[in-house]
Design a protein around this ligand. Sequence first.
Ligand SMILES: Cc1cc2nc3c(=O)[nH]c(=O)nc-3n(C[C@H](O)[C@H](O)[C@H](O)COP(=O)(O)OP(=O)(O)OC[C@H]3O[C@@H](n4cnc5c(N)ncnc54)[C@H](O)[C@@H]3O)c2cc1C
Length: 367
Amino acid sequence: MSMKVAVIGGGWYGCHISSSMIGLGFEVKLFEKNDRILDEASGNNQFRLHLGFHYPRHAGTRIQSRDGFSRFLERYSDLSRKISENIYAVPKYTSLIDFETYKLIMTATGIPYHTVDRCPLDLQEIEGLIRVDERILMIEKARNYFSHHLGPSLSLSDPVTTLIDRETHIEVNGEKFDYVVDATWGHLLRADFDVFYEPTVLLYFEASPNLPAITFVDGPLYSIYPTEEPKIYTLSSVPHTPLGRYYSAEEARTARDRVDTATIRAKLKVMTEQAQENVRNFPDLYKFIGPQISIKTKLSGSSDDRSCYVGRRGRLFTVLSGKIDTIFHATERILSDIEADSDTKPIDVPSSLLSRIQRKSIAIGLE
Ligand SMILES: Cc1cc2nc3c(=O)[nH]c(=O)nc-3n(C[C@H](O)[C@H](O)[C@H](O)COP(=O)(O)OP(=O)(O)OC[C@H]3O[C@@H](n4cnc5c(N)ncnc54)[C@H](O)[C@@H]3O)c2cc1C
């Protein structure tokens, strides 16, 4: 009999983990509370397939991005696309590091780039520019891909409301499983890590499809990134995108749902002003079309750590992602733990070996 796994949450993590496990012969049920997958943070972000250029101050994150990027292309070649001009710019006065140090860090990490003299945008106060190969994630394509691949394993509009860890199995909404993966980004159970929740606002703009992606680094800066729609860009700002810091997911969701037009107008003003510090004719080129509201779950303490962590309590795994490129890291951590439980292979685990798993007959409190 194959091993039965419940995956909770149909974001990038839940979809990828489920599809990998199905491929290995596990019997998987993916519970998603909404009526479609990739509907929360995974469908509301800047859609950047990172390579590591965002993280000069965190080596672990750069390395996970560098490796995750190539693995993503190998596995999901059709779910991202190239950007013809993708520029990272180090401003003269507002960056936390200078251009030469920035380039040295990227070279040492083994992430390829080209130094360039010019950018198709009219920029000012810039110390240096590089051209990179980061890509855009194609969310609509990814929804279709996973919906098709997950097939009957996917249970939409099916929120998990009870989770009970018994002696020999774990119950999700009354159904028995061998293992459970909480891939809700800390929205079902509080993660095993010290986290906080940050509602966010990005702004959507319409502009010519030929404009470059431009990211200003490093520190409290901003970026303008294309989306899978040819003329649509997002503007994201390190100081202005966050809408507060909350210690429970529920409080963060309440704050997100209360965002009003006055808040969006204020964000549009400050984010436009910030973009004009370096992009001279920003208001002539980009026409505001609306906000994107989402929630980030972040590790407390290390503000630049976007590595992926996996926690475990008995039969329950919790995934804390920072970015989408680390889906492979999460899956492998879970699979290697399950494999270690069986001491042989990830399916058909003998019951004598299962007794080694730490068991707790406690009901896990849900938010
Ligand atoms: C503004 C912003 C910009 C970002 N930009 C980027 C970027 O450019 N590149 C990048 O790589 N990353 C980016 N990220 C981070 C990225 O979005 C996340 O790391 C990733 O989407 C998290 O995926 P996930 O599957 O863990 O969580 P989610 O996508 O949030 O998925 C969790 C799922 O769990 C479901 N769920 C919750 N509770 C329950 C329940 N009780 N029962 C059943 N289902 C439940 C939710 O409905 C949801 O579908 C950004 C994030 C934000 C907010």
